[in-house]
Write a protein that binds this ligand. Structure first.
Ligand SMILES: [Zn+2]
Length: 307
């Protein structure tokens, strides 16, 4: 089954020393000894849902993390914004088979609920402190697996000596979750993921690969937009609506830039004049519908086995 992997992640785009508008997020710093407020910074953050296609990441939905007004009792945060973002994704892509990727912040009951309700799969990084009971259960199962040399069911070793161990059906409230650990000696890296996808010898490595592609939103996504192409942290206007509109336009521009840069290699190889290429391209945009096969040629959407 083909699923579209979508990374969700938040990032800061603007920081101010003084209050900028009534929607700013505030972070207060206090003196450790006296507890007195020493400074306040004002920020604007954004939560992105980005589709991973090969080495490209395309923004498919944006949610600004912002306070409704200055005097809200509790400030907005990434998880609250995620609930709004999830609604947006579901109403725009009603039946798209989706697998969400995210950091360990997302490994929590409200997010599991949303995924289940929307029939989305998920692979999130899991940090042991996030849900204590799951972490303890996983360590216990892992120990049993290690001591039982005859049992080769829930482990797998790839050709490069990467070791994968998993624990299926760990109970958590009314649901069951699966944990997957990868120790990749060659790269000197370890990963722990939580997922609702059934883990098998056939898909373990692929799941880890999919889970790791979350980093693309940091590298190909935010870093390029901050330090490379678009300088999204630059304040082009102090008008909050204009700031948001500018951010959204950058997302569209970014999709076009990535498609151009990746398509440029293919375009160069074509034995046609610039004029011919341009008119062919225009004709294609006018008449052709993007198929699953086209997407495959661009880069591969993630293919994950569920059995
Ligand atoms: Zn503001």
């Amino acid at each position: 089954m083909l699923v579209y992997t979508i990374v969700v992640d938040g990032t800061g785009i603007h920081t101010f020393k003084e209050k900028h508008c009534e929607h700013c997020l505030r972070r207060e710093y206090k003196d450790k000894e006296t507890g007195e407020k020493t400074k306040v910074i004002y920020m604007h953050h954004v939560l992105e849902a980005k589709l991973v296609v090969g080495d490209m990441v395309f923004s498919i939905a944006t949610e600004f993390i912002e306070n409704e007004s200055e005097d809200v009792p509790k400030q907005d945060c990434e998880l609250k914004a995620f609930k709004r973002l999830a609604k947006k994704i579901k109403s725009t892509f009603k039946r798209l088979p989706i697998c969400l990727l995210g950091d360990s912040l997302y490994a929590c009951e409200p997010v599991f609920d949303i995924c289940e309700k929307n029939k989305w799969k998920y692979i999130f990084r899991f940090k042991e402190g996030r849900i204590e009971s799951i972490a303890t259960e996983f360590q216990a199962i892992k120990l049993l697996e290690e001591n039982n040399k005859n049992n080769k069911n829930n482990k797998y070793e790839n050709k490069e000596g990467g070791k994968f161990v998993w624990a299926p059906d760990i109970p958590y409230n009314d649901r069951r979750v699966n944990l997957l650990e990868a120790v990749l000696e060659k790269e000197d890296k370890e990963f722990l993921f939580i997922t609702d996808i059934r883990i098998t010898k056939r898909n373990a490595e692929r799941l880890v690969q999919a889970g790791r592609s979350r980093w693309k939103i940091e590298n190909e996504g935010f870093n390029h937009q901050k330090n490379g192409w678009h300088d999204i942290e630059h304040v082009n206007s102090h008008n909050y609506t204009a700031m948001k509109n500018h951010y959204l336009l950058v997302q569209i521009a970014d999709i076009l830039v990535q498609l151009y840069l990746n398509g440029a290699k293919i375009l160069k190889g074509l034995k046609k004049s610039v004029k011919e290429k341009a008119s062919d391209l225009l004709e294609a945009i006018r008449t052709r519908i993007l198929t699953a096969e086209d997407l495959h040629q661009l880069g591969k959407p993630m293919q994950i086995r569920f059995t």
